[in-house]
Ligand binder design. Structure first.
Ligand code: HEC
Ligand code: HEC
Ligand code: HEC
Ligand code: HEC
Ligand code: HEC
Ligand code: HEC
Ligand code: HEC
Ligand code: HEC
Ligand code: HEC
Ligand code: HEC
Length: 376
């Protein structure tokens, strides 16, 4: 017996029977319950084919209260119960099953869902009502929960990830949360993404400088990529920012998927650069003497990658390289941040080597064929 329906609502005291009267009452309720359904129907919905919503609310009081709040699904608020319900013997069934009920009016949604390549598991299972209440809620779009909690009802692994991530992504805290990037119904793109390649999705927000919680700013990536047209492999080839960043936040610096140092200077270890070594060879960084063609960054056989990344004050890769793009070859940055100052690097490349005139030391050159003797 549903306590939702007030005429069967059992006073609280009687639910915890102590006296004879309460036991009698319980017996009565049980009797009512086991009466043939047709008999019960008489007292429930009989003759209500064309009843007005007001009549329904005499028993369905909670729905009456919802209706009075005036916020909900328009056909419900308009009292059009029979647009969705029809009397079938003793019960009000729905005029159609599952999603079809909703598609009866939301034909545009039917097209949108049925024509897309990827349909959300929640929708495919016939579950418009897995997320929307057909009558109404106090949340926008009559959602059962506000975002992102709505998504967490089923995606609990994602809830754990998002809550536990040390570096959180503003995109999830912003209005529309998960729905900024995912279409909750269906999409032509993998993972129900709103846009593809992923880069186009990221640049819908990263087209302005954005403040972070720590008081700093993240740069305008769209402008940066325009100004630095030599884009790094994953961006150039696949437009895949998520090759390196986890859009749901992570425990690493800058929301990176794998470990990368947050400090400009740090002693080298392979583990600290897991991000880069996911795709690049670690060999060029391990030995002082460069065997054969292990790296182009060498003077004769002196391995300049080794020189720069080792020791206590070893420089991290992005001291010299930009992970997104550059103006010139090898993704060498034009400047490198040094406190409040941007040190120019002045990198020049030749067929057999290169040179730089950075703010940190006198101009130096390297040549793979004929080692250069630099003045100190
Ligand atoms: C847009 C379609 C739609 C409209 C309009 C609608 N309902 Fe429903 N209603 C549903 C669906 C779907 C269910 C869930 C049925 C199920 O679980 O099989 C439901 C369930 C119910 C239930 C049982 C569960 C509950 O929430 O208590 C009642 C009672 C009910 N509706 C009453 C009404 C009344 C009264 C109206 C008119 C004021 C109305 N409905 C208007 C779609 C609708
Ligand atoms: C006399 C009281 C009463 C009135 C009036 C009433 N209902 Fe119900 N309704 C009930 C009861 C009792 C249930 C069964 C509750 C349960 O099993 O959880 C119920 C259940 C329902 C259900 C769930 C499916 C079912 O039949 O078990 C729907 C839908 C529903 N009512 C719609 C309506 C609509 C629409 C109206 C108005 C046209 C209406 N009711 C008027 C008492 C009433
Ligand atoms: C009888 C026609 C009808 C049926 C059936 C129907 N809807 Fe609607 N729905 C409407 C109308 C009318 C609107 C308001 C116009 C609009 O926003 O497009 C609406 C709006 C909505 C909205 C937007 C709410 C808002 O605040 O703007 C959602 C979400 C929605 N419906 C979901 C559903 C779901 C889920 C179902 C199936 C359980 C369903 N509808 C079935 C007529 C219907
Ligand atoms: C996984 C949860 C989920 C499911 C399942 C779901 N919706 Fe939605 N729906 C949302 C969210 C979140 C929004 C608001 C975000 C947005 O605008 O896309 C929304 C918005 C809407 C809107 C209004 C805005 C728009 O996109 O037109 C309609 C209408 C709607 N849904 C209908 C449906 C119908 C019909 C179904 C079943 C085929 C359905 N929804 C299934 C989560 C869901
Ligand atoms: C009612 C349960 C339910 C809710 C609520 C729900 N989902 Fe889902 N979601 C599923 C199911 C089921 C799948 C299919 C699982 C699978 O294929 O492994 C799925 C799959 C997905 C996928 C595709 C995964 C992939 O690898 O392609 C994404 C993305 C997703 N959901 C995002 C969301 C977002 C965003 C929300 C909130 C707006 C949400 N879900 C709410 C049940 C739900
Ligand atoms: C809906 C808007 C939005 C979208 C889409 C978006 N971002 Fe963000 N992102 C933000 C905001 C706001 C911040 C700044 C607040 C913060 O630090 O989280 C941010 C911060 C970041 C940061 C710096 C995090 C830190 O604190 O160090 C990175 C990295 C980032 N986003 C990458 C991405 C990538 C990659 C994508 C695409 C998969 C993306 N963003 C899509 C809004 C967005
Ligand atoms: C900034 C954009 C963005 C936001 C916001 C976002 N996602 Fe995603 N999501 C993605 C991208 C991109 C992928 C593709 C997987 C990848 O390459 O990391 C993805 C993949 C997924 C997947 C499938 C793969 C997996 O990791 O399980 C699920 C489920 C998912 N997202 C759920 C959510 C939920 C739930 C939220 C809100 C808490 C959310 N997403 C917020 C961009 C986003
Ligand atoms: C090859 C890995 C990689 C790819 C691909 C990548 N990033 Fe990054 N991103 C990084 C690293 C590493 C940092 C930290 C750089 C540093 O601080 O030296 C970073 C930093 C950022 C920042 C913070 C910038 C700042 O300092 O203000 C944003 C925003 C960002 N990335 C967005 C994106 C977007 C958008 C894309 C896709 C167009 C993308 N990233 C692709 C590795 C990558
Ligand atoms: C997801 C894979 C991936 C990750 C992670 C990655 N790269 Fe790359 N990188 C590539 C691809 C693909 C190319 C282009 C192919 C090529 O020229 O080798 C490339 C090219 C380069 C080049 C230019 C090579 C040349 O000879 O022109 C440099 C420098 C570079 N990456 C540095 C880095 C650094 C530093 C990191 C870590 C912050 C990193 N990459 C992380 C995939 C990746
Ligand atoms: C002091 C500046 C500097 C630092 C720090 C640095 N590189 Fe380089 N790197 C260069 C230069 C210069 C070249 C171009 C060599 C040539 O071809 O002339 C280069 C070339 C490369 C190449 C192309 C293949 C090769 O070895 O010639 C890759 C890949 C690369 N670097 C990755 C990295 C990674 C990963 C790190 C961090 C672990 C890193 N670099 C640290 C300056 C640097």
């Amino acid at each position: 017996v549903s306590s939702k329906n007030s005429y069967l609502k059992i006073p609280e005291a009687l639910l915890h029977p102590r006296g004879v009267y309460s036991r009698l009452f319980m017996a009565l309720i049980l009797l009512l319950f086991f009466l043939p359904r047709s008999v019960r129907a008489e007292s429930r919905h009989a003759g209500m084919e064309d009843a007005e919503a007001k009549a329904c609310f005499t028993c369905h009081k909670e729905l009456g209260q919802l209706s009075e709040l005036g916020k909900g699904h328009p056909p419900f608020l308009d009292g059009e119960c029979t647009a969705c319900h029809e009397l079938n013997g003793d019960t009000f069934t729905t005029v159609a099953e599952g999603n079809e009920l909703c598609f009866g009016c939301h034909t545009e949604k039917e097209d949108a869902v049925k024509k897309k390549e990827h349909v959300h598991g929640a929708v495919a299972a016939g579950g418009c009502t897995g997320c929307h209440d057909p009558h109404g809620t106090q949340n926008k779009m009559n959602l059962l929960q506000p975002l992102p909690d709505l998504c967490f009802m089923c995606h609990s692994e994602m809830e754990d990830h998002v809550e536990n991530a040390k570096v959180k992504h503003g995109a999830i805290q912003m209005k529309d949360s998960c729905a900024n990037c995912h279409n909750p119904h269906a999409s032509d793109h993998e993972h129900l993404l709103r846009k593809e390649p992923i880069m186009d999705l990221c640049l819908t927000c990263h087209n302005v400088e954005r403040p972070t919680k720590s008081g700093s700013f993240v740069l305008n990536m769209e402008k940066f990529l325009q100004d630095n047209p030599q884009h790094h492999g994953p961006i150039l080839l696949d437009g895949d920012c998520a090759a390196c960043h986890n859009p749901h936040g992570s425990n690493n610096y800058r929301m990176l998927k794998r470990v990368y140092p947050s400090d400009r200077y740090t002693a080298f270890s392979v583990k600290k650069y897991a991000l880069c070594f996911e795709c690049h060879d670690e060999e060029p960084f391990l030995k002082k003497i460069a065997a054969g063609d292990v790296t182009g960054f060498r003077n004769g056989t002196k391995n300049l990658h080794y020189v720069h990344v080792h020791k206590k004050k070893g420089r991290r890769c992005t001291f010299c390289h930009d992970p997104h793009g550059s103006k010139g070859p090898k993704h060498i940055r034009t400047t490198t941040p040094f406190g409040k100052w941007n040190l120019p690097i002045n990198f020049k490349i030749t067929d057999t080597g290169g040179s730089c005139a950075p703010g940190c030391h006198v101009p130096r050159a390297y040549d793979r064929v004929k080692a250069v003797v630099n003045k100190h």
